[in-house]
Design a protein around this ligand. Structure first.
Ligand code: MN
Length: 277
């Protein structure tokens, strides 16, 4: 869905375009670390949630109900958006089930507006809504560079840990940064939801997104950050994941779509490494 997109819609076409790329035979499922994922993983496509592209309230309810079913399977899952408000529906599902969630929020924006364009369910309000849920167990925000000062203050009041884009780019080793970050977090939290807004990338690496913000991460920097996080995430820790704001309408030559596939292959391979090491 892309009902709440504030600038340019089109992410409603993300999931089906992503499926087309998955079937493109343009890649192997082998990671750079030489893990053949096909020997380890079976991935099931649970299909699209039937969104109503004129009604965000009903759509979030449907997302929440669909995700509640997925959570009961107790297996890691990935949601492909859609604009970032889908994360509100996912958070709601965990709240309904009384499962505390620490959110790792990777985004060029803080998404902490209380309200924008007379909507409290805009994609620019996603982290704000998550932070108000009963099951909110803190958030770690990575890669922001477009924000209001008052949003930074709100985040600090809520004890969120904030790392700007430049804070990440100044790390001498982004992989090790991600790994030590999650190693610290798993000591204090039990359940994680990783929310990746692709606009954290520089627009030249991800033209196919809704709200481009210049001077972002390179695709390799984001890949290193996530592989570091997955490398340090024990397999018995419960986690779920969304990748949002993928907008094929603006994606030159499927650059952004194929990045998602690369990101998944390298990230999932790190979970295997963890089991083997
Ligand atoms: Mn964003």
């Amino acid at each position: 869905m892309d009902i709440s997109s504030s600038y340019r819609p089109g992410s409603r076409f993300g999931p089906d375009t992503f499926r087309r790329l998955l079937q493109s035979e343009n890649f192997e499922c082998t990671s750079e670390t030489q893990i053949d994922l096909t020997s380890y993983f079976r991935i099931k496509d649970w299909g699209n949630i039937g969104v109503i592209n004129t009604d965000i309230v009903k759509t979030l309810k449907r997302i929440s109900e669909g995700i509640t079913d997925l959570i009961s399977l107790k297996t890691p899952f990935l949601v492909i958006g859609g604009d970032h408000s889908v994360s509100i529906g996912i958070g709601k599902a965990f709240e309904t089930l009384d499962i505390p969630i620490h959110t790792i929020y990777i985004d060029a924006h803080l998404d902490l507006y209380d309200e924008i364009n007379e909507s409290r369910l805009s994609h620019a309000c996603s982290l704000r809504r998550l932070s108000e849920m009963d099951n909110f167990d803190g958030a770690t925000v990575l890669g922001y560079r477009d924000f209001l000062i008052e949003q930074v203050e709100y985040a600090k009041e809520k004890n969120m840990q904030l790392y700007s884009t430049s804070a990440l780019q100044n790390q001498s080793n982004i992989f090790e940064f991600g790994k030590s970050l999650i190693t610290g977090l798993v000591r204090e939290h039990q359940h994680f939801h990783l929310s990746v807004d692709l606009d954290v990338l520089d627009p030249r690496f991800a033209p196919g997104i809704g709200n481009p913000v210049s001077c972002g991460l390179s695709s390799r920097e984001l890949m290193l950050l996530l592989t570091g996080i997955f490398n340090g995430l024990p397999p018995d820790i419960r986690f779920s994941w969304d990748i949002v704001e993928y907008n094929p309408m603006f994606d030159n030559a499927d650059i952004t779509g194929f990045f998602i596939i690369k990101l998944l292959i390298e990230s999932l391979a790190e979970q295997i490494q963890f089991v083997q090491s």
